[in-house]
Every structure is written in structure tokens, then in C-alpha cells.
Design a protein around this ligand. Structure first.
Ligand SMILES: [Zn+2]
Ligand SMILES: [Zn+2]
Length: 729
């Protein structure tokens, strides 16, 4: 018998090993092993047992040792991870590595067991006297244990080769080994918040979801902002816990997690495990273990939490399912939302996709299966939806990007005690630094992009590669004064402070909210009414509640109206609707002003007349007509190289290789340079494969990718394949 093992390397295959020589325990897929790899020693995951190998027997090495006595994953999760490596055509070793917390990748035990070495009676009575005078290492170790240091992790630093000394002391009967399993601390019996009264629509949604427990079903919970989606999740999870099963909740942003965890722990006694990139390695491993043992009833996390093992899965929730952050954009390019569905199917549990602005993919599915659509069309407490209107920028004076009618509305809302939110999708001070004398502008030396002016740090920064340069007050070409052109959040902040010096203002973007916990403290200040004006980017659209905001101004809706990316309009509509949803709750009706130079643009007209539903209706018709997803499937082959011709040569060869396979329904578009060709000094190109369904694409990639790996041109480029790409560059 041989072992097919996944090892964290960029090769699209498994590696064959003989079983470890002296191992007589179980070997099952999903166990980790230490294996020799070249001159290194690596952790691998056993994927399958094989009868034979392509390698000659003399070349086969034996695995060194087995790490896990039992598989890390249940069959369903193991199957999901393995399947996703095939679906996304990504090297299986990297896929399994992505699915594991860092500490497990480096061989730490899956079970949380702490080893303690305690003195035996003999050890206590005889102590060091039992050791010969020359056993200095053993004496030092024993002295440490006698002084109360008993944990193996702490003893490891007492002397070199500690385990050898511990084994020797145990052999002489002076100490003995104990395993300690940490207890899971459940939250104390503080008074829990009780469930809220449900509207009839919420009741229907809840009953549908809970009625499907124990079966696979994909629900779309389509609720306008403020309609109480979270309350439906909470009550569904309460019933899920009552059945003795666990709930997995995926959220888009780390920033959102603490808010949600707070809401959940106010409601449930069940321990909650959180999984996101802001945690350290130990915290992540603890969460993983608590989820896997079943100790944590609820698991809340961002994208990668989809791979968290669950002892008793009962329900999966994907909140804000339209959010692009569910798609990993580099390396193993999976969609956590799509994998949530695939995982729910394997466990036979329901999955709830919730959003006020569902992705067109999800809406198209709900149309095919109308009984899976759960609508919450009204705001809770019968609050009025916000009133939206456009401001024509061509016919109104502006001050640094803010039109006179918008300023007038701000003044009125502030006077009446409301809060105002200004949304602009661009951080920094100004997107361009320009010389009016000679026409020079500050460019990133490594990308086809302009540098953004950051006033606060007196820097020019590239938002694509992170390059930073000192601010140039004088033009490097002609030495005349330069001028920042256009607006970012910093400049809006400056302008508004000058116009409304009395109104406390806060800027919320990635630059101002860098420190951990900063966003929560700021949001608290906003909700305590210590802040009157908020200026911010997309962070503001991510589900935060601002009950006191009565006016939202979208400063520039025009980015995205004319993009070559077929998803740009969907994204823009989602952002406008999400940010508008922050205006007005309960007794305060809200107003939304959208500044544009294209007031007649059909996208804006549809949004204003019929809201997101009308927009989505029309957008789906357009996609169907143009054969774009969700009415077609895509795979994007990207390549980059230091010379533009190198990347294109590889893509040309790839194009020919694909044509030679002649899979009839697959169309190849390109190769073409990426919309922003140069990034970080690399020239990027792409080739898009388009098919009416996933099947033909899968057949193409199965045959195509091995050919690409063998192309001589492949050695000179970095290339990757992106299945169901979200960004077409
Ligand atoms: Zn100049
Ligand atoms: Zn750059």
C-alpha cells in the first residue's frame, strides 16, 4: 500500500510515499504525516491510499511519522476541500494548507492537550539524590519540575534536548506524564437579551429555514436594509442550537465581526468561536479546535472560516452574500459563498444567503427556484425607506466636489439634529498630483497608475502596489508648484471642517481605522451622537448601523458607470443601495442625495424609480442577452512577466493549446493586456475562457492545464487560473 499525500507546494499533484516503517496504527485520508521532501521535512495530508505509483519502487521514500491518530476532518469537509482543489484547479497541497490554521500546517497537535510532568512519590522523596553527580542535565530538569514548572511547553526552554531528559527521568521513575485537556469556558449566566417580536415576513422566513433543518436547501434571505435579517439569523440559530447542532456564520469583513459577536453573545450562552485574519495563530487554532470538538455552538468568521470543522453542523449563514471579499483574489481563488453551498449540500443542512442587494448569481438561482426566496421588503418598526434624489453636477456650483444643494441639505439636517454621512469611494487627499505649468503628474514607478496624494502623512502612495514617495510640492520636471487635483476622503474632511467648523466630524477609511479596535470605538462615538458628520469609503456600506444618520450624500456615483468590467454596474448599484440604507431608521425618515454628471444614465434612473429589484431585473436581462454570468461561466488565465512580450507569448501558446483541444462550446477571448497592464513592475496579460456551462470549462481545464505546465514559455512567466473570476483583470 502507498500513500498519496498533499504537500504545500505549487505542483498540481499528490506525492507518493510508503507508510512510515514502524507505524501499525490506522491510516485514513485526512491524517497529517511528517514526510521527507527533498532535503526538508514537511507536513503533508494523506489524501488517498494507492496500490501503485508512477515512480519506481527504488525512488519511493517512506513517510517519517503520523501526526494525527484520527483524520482532521469529517468525510464531508474532507470531500469538500478535495473537490474544491479540482473545481478551482489549484494545487491540492496549497488548498489543504489554506484550509488549515497556520499552527496545524507546522505540525502542532489537532487536539488541545497540554502535557504536564509531575513528580512521582519516588521523585518527591529522593529528588536529585537519585541521580548520579554527573547527570547535570537531568538534575537541572528535575530541579525545574520540583520548583513547580511542570508544563512541557514551559520545560522546553530549561535545557537543550528537553524531551530526551524528560524521557530519561520518567524511565527512572522520578516523574510521570499527564495529559491535561483545557476546559471550554462558557459565558456566565448573565441576563440574556430576549428574542424580538417578528414581523409576519420574518416569521415566514424563520419557519422556512428551521423547517428545512436536516436537509440541504439554499435560501436567499433578501431583506432591505433595516428589515431585521440578523434577527432571523439569531432565532434560526437559537433553534439550531436547541437541536444540539452548530451554526457557521460567514461575514465579509473583520471589522464587522466584533459587532456581530457582541450581538450574538448578548443572546446566547453557547460559546462562540471567531475566525478571522486579525487573530494570532494560537487564537485561530483554539477556535478551530473548539469548533471541531463541538464545544463552540456558533462559529463566526470571514472567508476562510468556511473550512472550519464542525462536530455537529446544523446551519450555515452567509451574511452580505454579495460582498466581493468572499472571493479570494490571489493564490487559491475560491468563493467562500459558493463553497458554503457546496458544504451545506455535503452535510445535508440548509444554507442562508442574506443580503439587501443580492448578487446577480444568487438572484438568478432564486428565480429558478422561487420557493427558496425569502423576502423582507419592509423596514422593521414600519420605518419609511429613504427618499433618493439626484443632483446634476453639470448645473450646480461645487466646493471641492460638494455641490451647493448638498451643502444646503447638510445645513438643514444638522440644524434639525440629524447626522450626515458623506460617501466617497476614494481614500487619500487627491487622486492626482499635477503640474499646471508643464502637464507632469505623479506616476507610480512600478505600475500604470497615478500616485494618490496623502496630506496627513505628506506622501504620495500607489493604491495598487503600496509604493510610497515623499510629497512633491515642486514639479520634478520644471520646478513650478504642483497642484492636487480631485477629491479623496482627506480633502472632503478638510473642506467640510472649514464649512461646518462647529460640527464634530470623523473620517472612516482604511487609513484612519488602521489600529485594532479603532473602528468600534469610532462607531460607538457616532452612535452616542458625539459625531455629527461622517466622511468615509466603502467601510461605511458594510452593514454598520447608524440610527441617527438622516442624510446620506453619495459624492461621486460616476466611477463605475462606464467601466469595461461587466460587473461594475452591479457593484455600483450595491454600493449606492447599501450606503443609502444607512439613512433614517425608525422614527427618523432619511434622505439620500446622489451627485452625478449623468443624471439620465439608465442605471441611476432604474435605481431611483424601482430600487435594487428593478435594477437587478434589467441587469439580469442584459447579462442573459450578452451571455455573461450567471448565464455563462468563465475561467481567466492570467500571466505576468517583467517584459510585456513574454506574458503575451505564453498566452498565445496557451490559446493555441486550448484551440487544439477543440471543445466546441468554449470560446476564447484574448489574449489581451490587463486593463492596468503594469503592476509592481510586471506586465500582465489575460486570456478568458467562456462557456455556456461549467461542464465544458471543466473538461477544457482538465486537459489544458497539464499542457500549460509543460509549455516552454511557462517557465518565463507567473501564471494562474481563476475559475468564476470576480475581477476581470
Ligand atoms: Zn512641471
Ligand atoms: Zn504601484
Amino acid at each position: 500500500m502507498l500513500l498519496g499525500i498533499a504537500i504545500d507546494t505549487p505542483l498540481r499533484r499528490l506525492f507518493d510515499y510508503r507508510p512510515p516503517a514502524d507505524y501499525d496504527g490506522k491510516l485514513e485520508p485526512g491524517q497529517r504525516l511528517w514526510v521527507p521532501f527533498g532535503r526538508r521535512r514537511l507536513v503533508g495530508v494523506l489524501i488517498e491510499k494507492r496500490a501503485q505509483s508512477d515512480l519506481p519502487a527504488s525512488k519511493l521514500r517512506a513517510a517519517e511519522s503520523v501526526i494525527d491518530p484520527v483524520p482532521l476532518f469529517d468525510r464531508e469537509l474532507f470531500d469538500l476541500i478535495r473537490w474544491s482543489a479540482g473545481y478551482y484547479h489549484h494545487p491540492p497541497g496549497e488548498v489543504f494548507a489554506a484550509a488549515l490554521p497556520t499552527l496545524l500546517r507546522s505540525g502542532q497537535p489537532a487536539e488541545a492537550v497540554e502535557i504536564e510532568w509531575r513528580l512521582t512519590d519516588v521523585g518527591r522523596n529522593e529528588g536529585a539524590a537519585a541521580l548520579g553527580s554527573r547527570a547535570q542535565r537531568l538534575r537541572t530538569m528535575l530541579a525545574a519540575i520540583m520548583s513547580g514548572t511542570t508544563r512541557e511547553s514551559a520545560l522546553a526552554s530549561v535545557i537543550a534536548r528537553p524531551s530526551e531528559a524528560l524521557r530519561e527521568l520518567a524511565k527512572r521513575g522520578l516523574i510521570e506524564r499527564h495529559e491535561i485537556r483545557p476546559e471550554i469556558v462558557a459565558p456566565t449566566d448573565s441576563a440574556l437579551e430576549s428574542a424580538l417580536e417578528l414581523t409576519p415576513e420574518q416569521r415566514v422566513a424563520l419557519d422556512s429555514i428551521t423547517g428545512s433543518f436536516g436537509t440541504f436547501k439554499t435560501w436567499l434571505l433578501h431583506g432591505v436594509t433595516g428589515s431585521g435579517k440578523t434577527e432571523v439569523y439569531l432565532q434560526a440559530i437559537a433553534q439550531c442550537l436547541a437541536r444540539g447542532t452548530q451554526a457557521l456564520v460567514l461575514v465579509p469583513e473583520i471589522a464587522l465581526t466584533p459587532q456581530l459577536v457582541q450581538r450574538f453573545s448578548a443572546r446566547f450562552h453557547a460559546p462562540i468561536a471567531t475566525v478571522h485574519s486579525g487573530m494570532n495563530d494560537t487564537e485561530r487554532l483554539d477556535a478551530w479546535r473548539n469548533a471541531r470538538s463541538g464545544a463552540a455552538g456558533i462559529v463566526i468568521g470571514t472567508r476562510s472560516a468556511i473550512f472550519t470543522p464542525l462536530a455537529k453542523p446544523g446551519l450555515i449563514v452567509v451574511d452580505e452574500e454579495h460582498d466581493p471579499s468572499f472571493k479570494q483574489q490571489e493564490g487559491f481563488r475560491y468563493s467562500a459563498r459558493d463553497l458554503a453551498i457546496a458544504r451545506a449540500q455535503r452535510h445535508s443542512v440548509p444554507v442562508v444567503l442574506g443580503s439587501a442587494t443580492p448578487s446577480l448569481e444568487t438572484l438568478a438561482r432564486a428565480r429558478r427556484e422561487p420557493q427558496t426566496l425569502l423576502s423582507l421588503p419592509r423596514r422593521a418598526g414600519n420605518a419609511e425607506p429613504p427618499r433618493m434624489s439626484l443632483i446634476d453636477l453639470r448645473h450646480n456650483a461645487q466646493t471641492q466636489g460638494i455641490s451647493t444643494p448638498a451643502l444646503q441639505a447638510m445645513r438643514e439636517h444638522l440644524e434639525r439634529g440629524g447626522q450626515v454621512l458623506l460617501f466617497i469611494n476614494r481614500r487619500g487627499y487627491a487622486p492626482v498630483l499635477f503640474c499646471p505649468n508643464c502637464g507632469w503628474s505623479a506616476q507610480c514607478p512600478r505600475c500604470d497608475a497615478r500616485l494618490t496624494v496623502h496630506r496627513r502623512t505628506h506622501e504620495l502612495a500607489c493604491h495598487h502596489c503600496g509604493t510610497q514617495q515623499p510629497y512633491a510640492a515642486k514639479c520634478p520636471t520644471c520646478s513650478q508648484p504642483t497642484k492636487p487635483v480631485g477629491q479623496g476622503t482627506e480633502r472632503i474632511e478638510e473642506t467640510i471642517q472649514q464649512i461646518f467648523p462647529q460640527a464634530p466630524l470623523v473620517r472612516i477609511d482604511r487609513d484612519s481605522m488602521r489600529r485594532r479596535g479603532e473602528l468600534e470605538t469610532t462607531l460607538d462615538r457616532v452612535n452616542r451622537a458625539e459625531v455629527k458628520i461622517l466622511v468615509g469609503t466603502q467601510i461605511l456600506t458594510k452593514g454598520h448601523h447608524f440610527p441617527l444618520v438622516t442624510l446620506v450624500v453619495v459624492l461621486n456615483a460616476d466611477q463605475g458607470l462606464f467601466s469595461s468590467d461587466f460587473r461594475a454596474s452591479e457593484r455600483l448599484a450595491q454600493i449606492i443601495v447599501q450606503v443609502s440604507g444607512r439613512a433614517g431608521r425608525a422614527e427618523r425618515p432619511g434622505q439620500v442625495l446622489i451627485q452625478t454628471e449623468y443624471p439620465k444614465h439608465p442605471l441611476l434612473a432604474r435605481l431611483l424609480d424601482g430600487g435594487y429589484d428593478a435594477f437587478a431585473e434589467a441587469a439580469l436581462r442584459e447579462r442573459e442577452h450578452a451571455h455573461w454570468p450567471p448565464y455563462a461561466r468563465l475561467a481567466l488565465l492570467r500571466a505576468e512577466a517583467p517584459q510585456p512580450a513574454t506574458a503575451m507569448r505564453f498566452l498565445d501558446a496557451a490559446h493555441q493549446a486550448a484551440e487544439a483541444l477543440s471543445i466546441r462550446t468554449v470560446r476564447l477571448l484574448g489574449p489581451a493586456p490587463a486593463p492596468m497592464e503594469r503592476r509592481l513592475g510586471q506586465y500582465r496579460g489575460q486570456l478568458l475562457a467562456h462557456a455556456p456551462a461549467h461542464g465544458p470549462l471543466q473538461r477544457l481545464m482538465d486537459a489544458w492545464l497539464p499542457k500549460l505546465e509543460a509549455l516552454p514559455e511557462a517557465k518565463r512567466v507567473r501564471w494562474s487560473i481563476d475559475v468564476d473570476p470576480l475581477e476581470l483583470f
